[in-house]
Ligand binder design. Structure first.
Ligand code: DX5
Ligand code: ZN
Length: 220
């Protein structure tokens, strides 16, 4: 499986989002973090801005919804044209119903887990989703340091996906950089979100290429 690099525009210039989306045109997806100040203590952007980002993005949009009540709000992000819509397991009332609805609307469905949320209750439902997002920091802010304690969970998710013979992506998000991407890949991740590491780099395209090469050497 090739390593996918999804830069997070949380670390972009919010007054120049179109310009900063074009800066990542060599990436696999643009990761867009939606935060509502309820599920996480931070507020970013909502549906009207998200819709425009999908329209101007040179790469497909990977929406990460850190919001309360995704059962109610997430389908609109699929209707807006997101290639992938990820909602949090801790916030969803009916994750299978929601995942099915997202797929019906044409998006890939992702299920996100905070660092302290175990994956085991969801393992029998793997066939209902296209991606599991293992948060490698507490969601809410960019620039935090990678939590190594999440590596065993990444391993367990990858093992369960392999054993089930499914094509479910394993995404990591938070503190992903040249220092951490290899161990995340070695543990079983194949989709890598990086905000500060990409937008803080001297050359954004060069950083995307370096991260992709480093991860690809370890993705299995
Ligand atoms: C954090 C967001 C991340 C964030 C990652 O809650 O979900 O996508 O942008 O930022 P870095 O890569 O700087 O840790
Ligand atoms: Zn994110």
């Amino acid at each position: 499986m090739p390593a996918l690099i999804n830069p997070s525009i949380l670390s972009a210039d919010f007054a120049n989002l179109e310009r900063d989306l074009h800066a990542i045109s060599t990436a696999d997806y643009a990761h867009v973090d939606v935060m509502d100040n309820h599920f996480v203590p931070n507020l970013t952007l909502g549906l009207p801005v998200f819709e425009r980002l999908v329209q101007v993005s040179p790469v497909p949009v990977d929406g990460h919804l850190m919001i309360a009540d995704p059962d109610r709000w997430a389908p609109a992000y699929a209707e807006a044209g997101a290639a992938s819509v990820t909602f949090h397991a801790e916030a969803a009332q009916a994750p299978v119903r929601l995942a099915r609805e997202l797929r019906r609307l044409g998006a890939r469905a992702g299920l996100a887990l905070r660092p302290a949320t175990p994956v085991e209750p969801f393992l029998d439902l793997l066939g209902e989703v296209d991606m599991i997002l293992v948060m490698t920091v507490e969601p809410g802010f960019g620039g935090q340091s990678f939590i190594d304690g999440t590596l065993p969970k990444i391993r367990r998710v990858r093992r369960a996906v392999s054993e089930a013979g499914l094509d479910v992506h394993v995404q990591v998000d938070g503190g992903v950089s040249r220092e951490t991407i290899e161990r995340a890949a070695e543990a079983g991740a194949n989709v890598f979100v990086a905000g500060s590491a990409v937008y803080g780099a001297e050359s954004v395209p060069a950083e995307i290429a370096v991260l992709r090469d480093m991860a690809s050497a370890h993705v299995h």
